[in-house]
Design a protein around this ligand. Structure first.
Ligand SMILES: Cc1cc2nc3c(=O)[nH]c(=O)nc-3n(C[C@H](O)[C@H](O)[C@H](O)COP(=O)(O)OP(=O)(O)OC[C@H]3O[C@@H](n4cnc5c(N)ncnc54)[C@H](O)[C@@H]3O)c2cc1C
Length: 486
């Protein structure tokens, strides 16, 4: 057995002994093989095996673990399902990983007031499963929703295909319980018993999107919405990304607000078709998934108008999902698109830039040029309606020089997003990956203000250290693993 996994850290024995006093043996992982799966999140370019992972069952246990970390002056990192795409849970500074995966229950549902209280480790889709029979749903639907947790969603302010119409996590989380880095347990925002408007400063809003740097979210009160009465789901088949992008602009300009407006280019379509056999046309330059939802009476007119706008932009055809199953299958393919990449490449680097919608054709052309410049394939599947691109840069982590090219290609794409008036993150967060971009996107004063806010919650900066803010020392010292044979 040969593990070349950057496992040079060892846990302080006194810390480990204290953790064993708080938790049962089956709640602590410290064996290198058990820890291997915690070496990274879905940003696999940088890896580091942690020295200890703990799996609490309650807020009380979380608070005790946090106090224990304070006593030993060690850092800790909250972890949900590990689907983050920017290295936000990379175990820097020999931190204790606190995984919320066992605190995963839907605790209470209040149908009358359309809200639910869930534990932070509850998987996003489980909330909708719990309330579907009452005609309700939890709106934010990251494509990872069958795995990612509500705690992770709060920490990254997650979006998803349907956030074009319904908004992101902050628009649907009413309040939450959070264990602060000194071990104090507080509640921010509305409670199950109270109304929605709490008055005073919106600390709930301030803490959403903090990437686990303010404390550990343990319970979350979410808003539920009525499931739409009806849907129309259309698939526009285009010869080029340019035409599909123009259709996106025209649909939005027409005043129609689709629930979702997603694009897949040819390379990703071919990979998805090979994996899931939906019947996508393999020669299409780009596919546009347009979903309209709401009252049945209004939908057909909108669908006809969307069809007209697609055809006016040279769509070869516009298909419709005729049954609930066809619609569900179409969404399954879209949401599992990243998974299909395994057919194309051993590794991929997902970027999460944003550009004004009108700049979509320009950024897509730039991505093609970058792909040619670095000799790397870059399929694209993304939230076109939000101008939120997800180029997937394919590389092989065992070729150091290829890793280097992938990083350079990603950086150039993000630089271009900024030049076009956009942002380096639409929904995946900054993590370690894009910390160096913060100074390009924000002024020094902005960054100082963010750091000051962070210090109010975490004065010693032991909660998920060295994420989001530029550190001077980047994390490339956590080199990608070159090989592993077990
Ligand atoms: C295939 C795929 C598709 C995706 N699609 C989307 C998408 O459409 N939209 C989107 O927004 N994202 C998407 N993502 C990214 C990712 O799923 C989200 O960022 C998600 O919110 C992460 O949740 P998680 O439970 O996996 O959190 P983790 O990855 O475990 O952690 C993410 C961050 O949250 C913090 N955190 C986790 N739990 C807690 C907690 N209880 N308290 C405090 N901090 C916590 C961590 O410290 C870290 O900073 C996708 C990822 C994949 C792999």
């Amino acid at each position: 057995m040969n593990l070349d996994v950057n496992h040079e850290n060892s846990t302080n024995p006194a810390l480990l002994a204290d953790l064993h006093r708080i938790l049962g043996t089956h709640q602590i992982l410290s064996d290198p093989l058990d820890l291997l799966v915690y070496e990274c999140d879905a940003y696999t370019l940088e890896k580091k095996v942690p020295s200890v992972v703990v799996l609490p069952n309650s807020t009380l246990e979380v608070a005790e673990i946090v106090r224990c970390c304070k006593k030993h002056q060690v850092a800790f990192i909250p972890r949900g399902a590990g689907t983050n795409l920017s290295g936000a849970i990379l175990p820097i500074e020999n931190a204790v990983i606190i995984s919320l995966s066992r605190m995963n229950k839907v605790l209470q549902v209040d149908i009358e007031n359309r809200r639910a209280l869930v534990e932070a480790g509850c998987v996003n889709i489980w909330i909708t499963h719990a309330v579907r029979s009452a005609g309700l749903l939890y709106a934010p639907d990251p494509s990872s929703q069958t795995a990612c947790t509500i705690g992770g969603n709060v920490a990254t302010n997650s979006g998803g295909p349907h956030t074009l119409k319904y908004g992101v996590t902050t628009n649907h989380v009413l309040g939450f319980e959070i264990v602060l880095p000194e071990g104090e347990v507080i509640w921010l925002g509305a409670t199950m018993e109270g109304g929605e408007d709490t008055g005073g400063l919106d600390l709930r809003g301030a803490a959403i999107g903090c990437e686990g740097m303010f404390g550990i979210v343990t319970r979350v009160l979410v808003n539920l919405i009525p499931a739409p009465q009806s849907w129309r789901t259309l698939l526009g088949v285009f010869s080029s990304v340019d035409d599909a992008s123009q259709a996106v602009s025209d649909i939005i300009a027409s005043g129609i607000v689709p629930a979702a407006l997603e694009m897949m280019d040819q390379l990703i379509t071919q990979a998805v078709e090979a994996a899931y056999k939906f019947g996508f046309p393999l020669n299409a330059g780009a596919l546009l998934i347009v979903e309209l939802d709401g009252l049945e009476a209004d939908l057909e007119n909108q669908a006809v108008e969307v069809e007209r706008l697609c055809l006016a932009n040279h769509a070869n055809e516009v298909r419709r999902a005729r049954t609930d199953k066809q619609r569900a299958d179409l969404w399954k393919c879209r949401k599992r698109a990243f998974g299909a990449i395994g057919r194309l490449s051993p590794n991929f680097l997902t970027q999460d830039g944003v550009v004004p919608r009108s700049k979509l054709p320009e950024i897509m052309r730039f991505i093609q040029q970058t792909s040619a410049k670095y000799g790397l394939r870059i399929p694209n599947v993304f939230h076109a309606g939000d101008g939120n691109i997800h180029p997937l840069i394919l590389y092989n982590e065992t070729h150091a020089e290829e890793v280097d090219r992938a990083v350079k290609a990603g950086n150039e794409i993000l630089d271009r997003c900024l030049e076009l008036g956009g942002s380096v993150s639409g929904e995946h967060g900054i993590g370690v990956e894009k910390a160096g971009f913060m100074e390009k996107q924000f002024s020094k004063a902005d960054i100082e203000a963010m750091k000051s806010l962070r210090r109010i919650f975490d004065p010693e900066q032991r909660c998920n250290p060295r994420k989001m803010f530029p550190n001077g020392k980047r994390c490339m010292d956590f080199a990608p693993r070159r090989q592993i044979s077990v």
